[in-house]
Design a protein around this ligand. Structure first.
Ligand SMILES: [Fe+2]
Ligand SMILES: [Fe+2]
Length: 285
């Protein structure tokens, strides 16, 4: 087996683990979800409000909604649409069976990373991406929100299923001052974007999610039909990292790619205007 085949096999083994087990959520987030779920008067909107702040649970809901069992006529990329399609009883069951993160219950910070910081980053990117879609394109932005929330799901996979390698990777990002993807490639031969692309593809997510999440650090690789989606995600990710909202996996971003994304999406956002707003809005800054 050549080195490329070996890497591919290792990547597939990780994706298989995610398939067999489930991604865990942060304990405090799940407590809030359980309270809402146990309220007999809770509406779909209440469930949406609480589920759409949790990347693993959102991924689970979209995975189920896009599965053969629920056989939706169209692929679903919006959380609300997925919830309506599955129905409240099934959502209650899903949420109540959600696994809680054991490793980070104490929210240990390892070389500048913690699950809570990653969670803050994910919610901030989702909100900012949605704001860009609303302001620049006059769209509701529910689908780009889901992409933003789940874009770093590959990091959650590594944190949960490859703990020793992940700690080694994190030590390289701090010690040698490099982006997470570079350190991942050196240690694993693949990155969290490769993991996310494989996982979301296997779960039959719509291609705009697979492609934008799967190339969120290499927006130039985004295919033509998804340029606006991919560019918005890249810009939102970079802007949140520049402003240090939560965990930053790519503090050394590519300035040329940033400019290209502004052009690709015909986006006129200014960091000065948007980021303070999002920081206040999220109260995460
Ligand atoms: Fe990332
Ligand atoms: Fe990110």
């Amino acid at each position: 087996m050549n080195p490329d085949e070996q890497k591919h096999e290792k990547l597939q083994a990780v994706v298989d683990s995610v398939d067999k087990s489930q991604l865990s959520s942060i304990k405090t987030v799940v407590s809030g979800i359980v309270n809402t779920i146990n309220d007999p008067g809770a509406t779909v909107k209440d469930l949406q409000d609480i589920i759409e702040i949790d990347p693993p649970l959102t991924a689970k809901v979209l995975r189920i909604a896009n599965s053969a069992y629920y056989s939706s006529p169209n692929q679903i990329s919006e959380i609300r649409q997925a919830l309506v399609w599955i129905g409240t009883d099934a959502i209650r069951e899903l949420a109540l069976s959600q696994k809680v993160c054991e490793i980070f219950q104490k929210d240990e910070v390892i070389h500048g990373y913690s699950r809570t910081m990653l969670w803050k980053h994910s919610v901030a990117v989702a909100l900012l991406a949605k704001m860009i879609f609303r302001r620049e394109f006059g769209q509701k932005g529910e689908d780009i929100y889901a992409a933003g929330l789940m874009h770093d799901i590959g990091i959650i996979v590594e944190d949960q299923f490859l703990q020793n390698d992940f700690k080694h990777i994190l030590s390289k990002t701090k010690g040698e001052k490099k982006n997470l993807s570079k350190a991942e490639y050196e240690v694993l031969g693949y990155t969290h974007t490769d993991v996310a692309r494989e996982v979301t593809n296997r779960w039959n997510f719509p291609q705009e999610l697979v492609v934008s999440i799967g190339y969120h650090h290499r927006p130039n690789n985004t295919t033509q039909g998804f340029l606006r989606f991919g560019s918005t995600l890249y810009l939102a990710d970079c802007l949140c990292q520049m402003t240090k909202i939560g965990y930053a996996d790519a503090p050394f971003h590519d300035k040329a790619a940033f400019e290209q994304c502004l052009k690709n999406g015909s986006i006129r956002i200014s960091q000065r205007r948007l980021v303070p707003e999002i920081a206040t809005f999220c109260s995460l800054g």
